[in-house]
Write a protein of this length. Structure first.
Length: 321
């Protein structure tokens, strides 16, 4: 492949649609990754040098305050896009997707945690099975996820699986391949923070897109993690709740309604059989609240079924700030 000329772009937005060609684009967000970015790019360039199809490597320097920008400036054959200030993980990915020249997008991290040597395997698997997104699930033989993060990650994965009606082995893996046109319908929902990958997974699964998983190893990261365990876990739960209410509201309202009705019936039976009185006002209020939750769920379901846009992506919308 003819090497891509190295250049620096200062604006994260473009005014005209980017031509989409055959091949794949590797998008790497980088924020204060001076300790790992050089080794990651060296390995990635060596891996992709044998590619028989066109490709590009897009690195987004997300307002780094260390030597990341200087290290990236020494690399040739990559597209370097610089945010003037730190905008967030999701914002960096969206910038890379905006500038991508290929429909097939592979995202990975700059900290050396993901097995980038498996990119060709991921692309071949996705093309063979004709899926919309293939996620590298961190369930391989060597997975170095800090113990403090594992309980929260397990709970979030289980809750998301309940919302989507299918097992999700890894909700927010940052190593995945997807089709650019599959992401565009949900563009305005994609956040600028770490929940980008969580959001796109939930959006696709709840809208009948084909999402598949392959087990991968997850190496110990180089440099300091940007994850804030407590705050980010709370944000992930809030995000899943919002996605559930938007795409699958019955999954939230119906169980809540049943719980309230069961409590009301149990309280009524206790009051009648044990105390010997009729159900009091509190029991009636609980029962009425349960009925109202069911009605709200049905109303929300009707509204979500009538919301247009997800089946007809607006390709030009993402090219404007």
């Amino acid at each position: 492949m003819r090497p891509i000329d190295h250049y620096r772009e200062t604006l994260p937005y473009v005014d005209e649609p980017v031509p989409v060609t055959e091949g794949f684009s590797v998008v790497i967000p980088a924020y204060n990754e001076e300790q790992g970015i050089e080794q990651v790019l060296q390995q990635l360039c060596a891996t992709l040098s044998n590619s028989s199809v066109p490709y590009e490597i897009i690195v987004i320097d997300d307002g780094s305050r260390d030597k990341t920008a200087a290290i990236l400036g020494n690399f040739h054959g990559i597209r370097l896009i610089s945010h003037p200030v730190n905008k967030g993980y999701g914002a960096a990915l969206k910038t890379g997707i905006r500038f991508a020249q290929h429909n097939l997008i592979c995202i990975t991290d700059a900290d050396g945690t993901y097995p980038n040597e498996r990119i060709f395997e991921m692309i071949d698997h996705m093309q063979h099975h004709r899926t919309d997104m293939l996620v590298g699930a961190r369930i391989g033989k060597q997975v170095h996820i800090p113990m403090v993060r594992r309980p929260a990650k397990w709970f979030i994965d289980q809750f998301a699986s309940f919302v989507c009606d299918q097992h999700i082995p890894d909700l927010n893996s940052g190593f995945r391949v997807f089709r650019r046109h599959s992401v565009l319908p949900f563009w305005n929902m994609l956040p600028n923070g770490f929940s980008f990958t969580t959001t796109i997974t939930l959006c696709m699964l709840t809208n009948s897109y084909l999402v598949d998983y392959v087990p991968i190893d997850y190496h110990m990261r180089t440099g300091r993690s940007k994850i804030r365990p407590i705050k980010d876990t709370i944000n992930f739960l809030k995000l899943i709740m919002r996605m559930a209410l938007f795409f699958n509201p019955l999954k939230i309202f119906i169980p809540l309604s049943l719980i309230l009705l069961i409590i009301a019936v149990a309280a009524g039976l206790y009051t009648h059989l044990v105390i010997g009185k009729l159900a009091d006002m509190t029991t009636a209020i609980i029962a009425l609240t349960g009925v109202q939750c069911a009605m709200l769920g049905l109303l929300a379901e009707m509204i979500t079924q009538r919301v247009p846009g997800t089946e007809h992506p607006d390709h030009e919308r993402i090219h404007k700030p």
